[in-house]
Design a protein around this ligand. Structure first.
Ligand SMILES: Cc1cc2nc3c(=O)[nH]c(=O)nc-3n(C[C@H](O)[C@H](O)[C@H](O)COP(=O)(O)OP(=O)(O)OC[C@H]3O[C@@H](n4cnc5c(N)ncnc54)[C@H](O)[C@@H]3O)c2cc1C
Length: 269
């Protein structure tokens, strides 16, 4: 199997964030690999291990895992973490013109690279922890005209029939679905427990190749991406007001009534 995993570098969830020029100021905050993409990497690694004659990933497994990311140069730091978990190599699409790109442009760029790579399976997280739109996997499937198996809580493959199977939990029960390769699979965080990179993995990752591609390398022009091509724009943003002190109820025999009245006033009950 030739597997791609889409990974995004995002601002650290705990970092204080601010807007600059209608977009999130990403340059001034610590950046990390999107948490939810670690589950996608783990799912790909586990799938290769389960279908490898050696029981391991990498050379000799007969399969490959490539990380694909669109982001600034420094996204290579986050990619390196995915490589240290066990992915084989990576492609980073980076170009100054990409700043301000919306989800349509992001999916266009990723689809362009994925289409050229001829991957059997494309793994994604369910959402990024910064923009949280949860739209890229579906957009990729649509752009590539391939099947999408989204919100997977379990994944397996039959390499003989070149079919992927997932199950997902919905309000109405557990759904099982399958699709022939190639397919896009997005995974939820309950699917697995991402492995910690081992010391050996971290050392090996230093030698793994991150191929950097510009917009022209992938056959797109600056007018296809960036804030000028974005169909949405942020007109205004206000900082969240500081938290006010809460109300403390001291029980003098009437706290239950006071609590119920408070909740009723807030229309909670
Ligand atoms: C007007 C506007 C301006 C914006 N400007 C910027 C900007 O300057 N910089 C910026 O970073 N964002 C910017 N964004 C946000 C950006 O468009 C979204 O981050 C992007 O569309 C992906 O959406 P998402 O993060 O919600 O992905 P989701 O759909 O929530 O992500 C699902 C999965 O898709 C994959 N994925 C998502 N994004 C990437 C990626 N870049 N590379 C690889 N895999 C990915 C991951 O597997 C992820 O788990 C802007 C948005 C708008 C509307």
């Amino acid at each position: 199997m030739k597997i791609a995993v889409c990974v995004k570098q995002v601002p650290d969830s705990w970092a204080e964030k601010k807007m600059a020029g209608g977009v999130l100021d990403r340059a001034g905050v610590d950046a990390v690999l999107n948490d939810l993409d670690e589950y996608a990497i783990e799912a790909a690694l586990a799938l290769v291990e389960a279908n490898s004659p050696t029981g391991a990933t990498g050379e000799g497994s007969g399969h490959s895992i490539t990380l694909i990311s669109m982001g600034p140069e420094r996204a290579s730091e986050s990619i390196r973490k995915g490589l240290s978990m066990g992915a084989d190599d990576a492609i980073l699409i980076t170009d100054p013109a990409l700043g301000g790109s919306d989800s349509l442009a992001t999916s266009l760029v990723l689809a362009q690279v994925l289409s050229a790579g001829g991957y059997d399976l494309i793994f994604c997280g369910t959402e990024s922890t910064d923009a949280r739109m949860s739209v890229i996997p579906a957009m990729l499937a649509e752009r590539l005209q391939i099947s999408q198996l989204t919100f997977a809580g379990a994944v397996s493959v039959d390499t003989t029939s070149a079919t992927a199977k997932i199950s997902r939990v919905t309000d109405s029960g557990i759904e099982e679905m399958s699709a022939a390769f190639p397919a896009v699979i997005s995974v939820i965080e309950k699917i697995n427990e991402p492995r910690y990179p081992s010391f050996k993995g971290i050392m090996a990752a230093k030698k793994k190749i991150i191929e950097s591609k510009s917009l022209s390398d992938i056959g797109l022009s600056t007018s296809d991406v960036g804030s000028d091509a974005a169909l949405s724009s942020v007109e205004d943003a206000q900082a969240r007001p500081p938290r006010s002190a809460g109300i403390k109820l001291v029980d003098e025999g009437n706290a239950g009534t006071a609590l119920a009245e408070f909740l009723a006033e807030k229309r909670v009950i």
